[in-house]
Write a protein that binds this ligand. Structure first.
Ligand code: SF4
Length: 317
């Protein structure tokens, strides 16, 4: 398991070096929009999923560094393909990075364990917390996040409020909307009331951007997203995903190498591409999503495995 991935460009954080201390798809939720497929270990069990000595050894690489793999970092971010707060030593890792690195530390969390005082305390050493909240009613919560049994939305919202009250750094709330699931008028009215009570610096409105776990998770149009942002109040902004010229230059070489591999028409799955190009799953998913938007690759499936091949006509480009 690779702990550090990137730095890669994040729509919300700029150049972010990811730290993933949770095994793939070990999560408290099984969101219908998850770009990493179904949760294979649905749990609320907090423990050291990896030996702390191994994690700390790898984090030592960051000591005194502003750059990693020749890219300047805006944030070192605890995130990944599972829920970071499931890690019992998260607070220790955050404090360690803060003590050795000049780079700001962020934590991306699905908020599910914020009702626990111990979890909130562990996050206090970070500079930025990016919690998410996709529902304001229990029914929608169950439908979109498909949580581990026992998790209750009202307790999660209370935990989030307490965190926002006590945390001295910045909190940016993320709300991800799926068409016909959590974008109804009543749901948004409730969400707006919850947001009013949260002391957050901003609310980042997002929609389905990468291939979701369930096909029913469909994106909102850009126009609708802007409409909803206005409805949720002045702190709300939409999260744009576009390739800036600087980013294009960074990614283009990888795009070209993946394109020439897939030109033979033979489909490859995510794992094969990650191994071949020495990228983490997170990085590869982002790259393939952009390549798909540009018409360079297309998705196909073999059973439940998602695969990619060169888009038809790509040979003639
Ligand atoms: S989107 Fe995040 S919170 Fe939801 S299942 Fe995937 S990893 Fe877990």
């Amino acid at each position: 398991m690779k702990l550090l991935y990137g730095p890669l460009y994040s729509r919300r954080l700029g150049m972010s070096l990811g730290v993933d201390t949770i095994p793939h798809k070990t999560c408290t939720f099984n969101c219908i929009y998850c770009h990493d497929g179904e949760t294979t270990c649905l749990t609320v069990d907090r423990k050291d999923y990896l030996p702390p000595s191994r994690v700390l050894e790898e984090l030592k690489l960051l000591a005194g560094q502003r750059e990693h793999r020749n890219r300047r970092m805006d944030y070192i971010t605890f995130a990944g393909s599972g829920e970071p707060t499931l890690n019992l030593s998260l607070g220790r890792y955050i404090r360690f990075v803060k003590s050795v690195s000049p780079v700001q530390v962020a934590v991306i969390t699905n908020s599910s364990l914020l009702w626990k005082e111990s979890v909130r305390e562990e996050l206090m050493a970070a500079d930025l917390i990016v919690p998410s909240l996709d529902a304001a009613t229990e029914e929608t919560f169950l439908r979109i996040n498909r949580p581990c049994p026992g998790l209750q939305l009202d307790k999660i919202i209370e935990g989030l409020k307490t965190l926002c009250r006590d945390f001295t750094g910045s909190v940016w709330l993320e709300v991800l909307l799926c068409e016909g699931i959590n974008d109804g008028e009543e749901e948004l009215r409730c969400m707006s009331r919850v947001i009013e009570e949260l002391n957050v610096q901003k609310v980042q409105l997002n929609t389905v951007d990468r291939p979701p776990s369930l096909e029913e998770a469909r994106p909102l149009s850009r126009e609708r997203l802007v409409q909803v942002a206005a409805l949720l109040g002045p702190k709300t902004e939409t999260v744009e995903d576009f390739l800036t010229p600087a980013r294009q230059a960074l990614e283009r070489g990888v795009f070209d190498r993946i394109s020439s591999l897939l030109m033979d028409g033979q489909p490859r799955n995510l794992e094969q591409l990650c191994r071949r190009f020495r990228k983490s799953r997170q990085e590869m998913i982002k790259i393939l999503t952009h390549m798909e938007k540009e018409g360079l690759v297309e998705r196909c499936s073999a059973g439940s495995t998602r695969q990619y091949r060169g888009a038809k006509g790509i040979k003639s480009r």
